[in-house]
Design a binder for this molecule. Structure first.
Ligand SMILES: [Zn+2]
Length: 274
């Protein structure tokens, strides 16, 4: 099995949107202490020689999780988005989660409708709706603009908590140095479904070129942003050895040739199965 995580956090609060998909650091260390086998490389896991562990997105939550895995002697792959690293900007969807958590708006208006953001359930609903719309916009500037218009503020002034901030180039070099496998998660985390061919090529090849130029890494693996949708023309990308999804509505494992559906990592559940 190949697992997918998004990083660790010191104190996990399940009612915080910002904590979604993150793992409590103590639980994670306890899990690793009890684990009798080591995670192997993606290549080994794909050939059936053990389980692999992958982490998506270029945040400090992801970086700290990768460091812990290396300290405990595991192989780990981090899928990064070089645009955010290169320009040292925050991911728009973490800013969105943060604004909702901080109760920035009691209600919010978009697409001609008014939405309440009072309860946790309502916030999650609004987040999903805004995420679906924003992720399809062509450029990162369009995505920032769209959210800035809705929230009526300059997103570049928002300071995210450290764990959600983007790590920098020297952090990526450090990850490579300690033996973390760094791979392609797209240039700007753009949703690929509904995108045209040149856009998709740019997303994949710009990240691939950045990894080659900055880190001297030849990346063969691509984790699809948002985990769900392959580009229609994935067969054109002959230099990608495997596409990684993360969908809960289909079986985990190899879906077809060169396409693998990863399971979300949950410490307790996995610990029971080993
Ligand atoms: Zn991602």
């Amino acid at each position: 099995m190949i697992y997918c995580a998004h990083g660790i956090i010191k104190s996990h609060f399940s009612n915080k949107i910002c904590n979604k998909h993150l793992v409590d650091v103590c639980k994670f260390k306890n899990y690793l202490n009890a684990k009798s086998t080591k995670y192997v490389s993606l290549e080994s896991a794909l050939s059936g020689a053990g389980d692999a562990f992958t982490i998506d997105d270029s945040t400090y939550a992801a970086l700290e999780m990768a460091k812990i895995l290396r300290e405990y002697g595991h192989q780990v792959t981090v899928f990064i988005n070089p645009y955010y690293v290169e320009y040292e900007v925050s991911y728009w969807f973490f800013l969105l989660s943060y604004l909702l958590d901080r109760n920035f708006c009691a209600d919010i208006c978009f697409e001609g409708k008014q939405y309440s953001c009072a309860s946790c359930k309502e916030k999650n609903f609004v987040r999903k709706k805004l995420k679906d719309i924003t992720s399809l916009l062509p450029t990162e500037l369009d995505r920032y603009d769209y959210l800035e218009n809705i929230f009526k503020l300059d997103l570049t002034n928002i300071k995210l908590p450290h764990y959600l901030r983007t790590f920098n180039k020297s952090d990526v070099l450090m990850l490579k140095k300690i033996g973390v496998d760094v791979q392609n998660h797209g240039w700007t985390h753009k949703q690929l479904v509904g995108s045209e061919f040149p856009e998709i090529t740019n997303e994949i090849s710009m990240a691939k070129n950045w990894l080659a130029d900055e880190l001297e890494i030849t990346s063969y693996y691509y984790a699809v942003p948002f985990g769900e949708n392959l580009p229609q023309d994935s067969y054109n990308f002959v230099d990608i050895k495997c596409w990684f999804l993360q969908r809960n509505d289909m079986a985990y494992g190899l879906v077809k040739e060169n396409v693998y559906n990863r399971a979300i990592f949950v410490p307790n559940h996995v610990a029971i199965s080993v």
